[in-house]
Write a protein that binds this ligand. Structure first.
Ligand SMILES: NC(=O)c1ccc[n+]([C@@H]2O[C@H](COP(=O)([O-])OP(=O)(O)OC[C@H]3O[C@@H](n4cnc5c(N)ncnc54)[C@H](O)[C@@H]3O)[C@@H](O)[C@H]2O)c1
Length: 361
């Protein structure tokens, strides 16, 4: 089984990546946290599909368990839901020696992570991510958060899990749209740090073609994410590269009507920003943006701005990005496929960048 260790300054923990690893959950918890009781936090869709397997595994290892099952969707990642969870933890007599198991996608992982970070000033938690996005990204690195009505991920903590159990078999039930959203993040990782992975994806483009290789692809992305987290635990330096395509994506998610999903917005953001940086000679060789667009399209992802959005609107939203420091936005750009850099840019510079793309439309 591919096993990767995250060696961050504040925590060290394993990522297990294998089809069927969900069934070893109980044994792994019993070994790492002897005597712990578990509370499985999940959403209705995931619990219906995989809750019984998680609970059976815990029972086989004689780990007593309870479950809290929440509605699926981003609205669940909220303070009101978190408050109710605190009360439920008290009702279940959850103590600091017990463990929270986050069984689900990034919504459940982020929410259960904040719960674990703050309930009783911190209890152990285990991530069992079940979407492609959460398997290669959100379950690793200890960023936990809930949303406020005024914005996403505004309240949270850096708090690492004790372990991450990644079962690629769970992806079989994921919708094509969710699978494509995860692929956008995988393609982003390949673009910024792993040109060979980009080649591998090009040679196996599309869900059916990549599925036999998905364990290998996930392991590669997890190793990269672990390395970036180790180098930059608090999201200030190299971790900014992971933001490639995201400045525009966050803007698009806010202003596109009908709303655009995150992965789909990242796909457009990456293509658009690369088209502009390529025209300025910052990204080489010529044709890189077209190559990127071709791979994204093969996974069913969009590469063009929705017709209703112009570069002015996009600029206004992009400039509100959390990554603006001292009047400059740190834009992650590609030097070439597999290599990225951070380019500080002021508002006027970003406007020129975005309108260059506009002329081509
Ligand atoms: N913490 C981080 O570093 C980080 C990084 C990226 C994203 N995020 C967060 O992750 C969240 C998005 O995560 P997501 O894309 O996993 O969405 P999600 O958790 O909402 O899951 C998407 C949908 O897929 C369903 N689902 C999950 N696993 C399934 C499976 N195996 N089979 C069938 N259906 C399944 C869920 O019920 C849900 O309806 C956002 O809130 C985002 O802010 C966090």
């Amino acid at each position: 089984m591919p096993q990767i260790t995250v060696n961050a300054r504040s925590a060290c923990y394993p990522l297990y990546i294998e089809r069927g690893v969900l069934d070893t959950l109980g044994g792994k918890i019993a070994k790492a946290l002897p005597g712990a009781r578990a509370v499985v936090v999940s959403d209705e869709t995931v619990y219906e599909l995989y809750g019984a397997r998680a609970k059976e595994s815990l029972a086989r290892a004689e780990v007593p368990s309870d479950s809290v099952v929440l509605p699926p969707g981003e609205e669940t990642k909220s303070l009101p839901v978190l408050f109710r969870l605190y009360e439920q933890m008290v009702e279940l007599s959850m103590s600091r020696t017990d463990v929270i198991v986050a069984l689900g996608g990034g919504v459940i992982g982020d929410l259960a992570g904040v719960l674990a970070a703050t309930y009783l000033r911190g209890v152990p938690y285990v991530q069992v991510p079940t979407t492609l996005l959460s398997q290669i990204d959100s379950s690793i690195g200890g960023k936990t958060a809930v949303n406020l009505p005024s914005g996403k991920n505004l309240v949270g903590a850096f708090y690492h899990p004790r372990m991450v159990l990644i079962d690629p078999g769970t992806l079989a039930t994921l919708s094509d749209e969710e699978f494509a959203g995860g692929m956008a993040e995988i393609i982003k990782t390949a673009c910024i740090l792993d040109g060979e992975l980009f080649d591998l994806l090009e040679a196996n483009a599309g869900r059916a073609a990549v599925t036999p290789l998905i364990e290998q692809v996930i392991a590669r992305c997890c190793a990269i994410k672990a390395g970036v987290v180790e180098a930059d635990e608090r999201d200030t330096g190299e971790r900014l590269l992971l933001n490639f395509g995201h400045t525009l994506a966050h803007a698009l998610e806010k202003c596109a009507r009908p709303p655009m999903r995150h992965g789909q917005a990242v796909a457009v953001g990456m293509t658009r920003i690369t088209a502009a940086s390529e025209r300025r000679g910052m990204t080489r060789p010529p044709g890189t943006a077209a190559r990127l667009a071709g791979l994204l399209a093969a996974f069913g992802l969009p590469t063009e701005l929705p017709g209703c959005i112009d570069s002015e609107t996009l600029l206004a939203y992009a400039w509100r990005d959390k990554k603006v420091f001292s009047g400059k936005l740190k834009l992650a750009l590609l030097r070439s496929i597999g290599e990225a850099f951070v380019h500080p840019i002021d508002r006027g510079g970003l406007a020129a960048f975005l309108s260059e793309g506009e002329e081509r439309r």
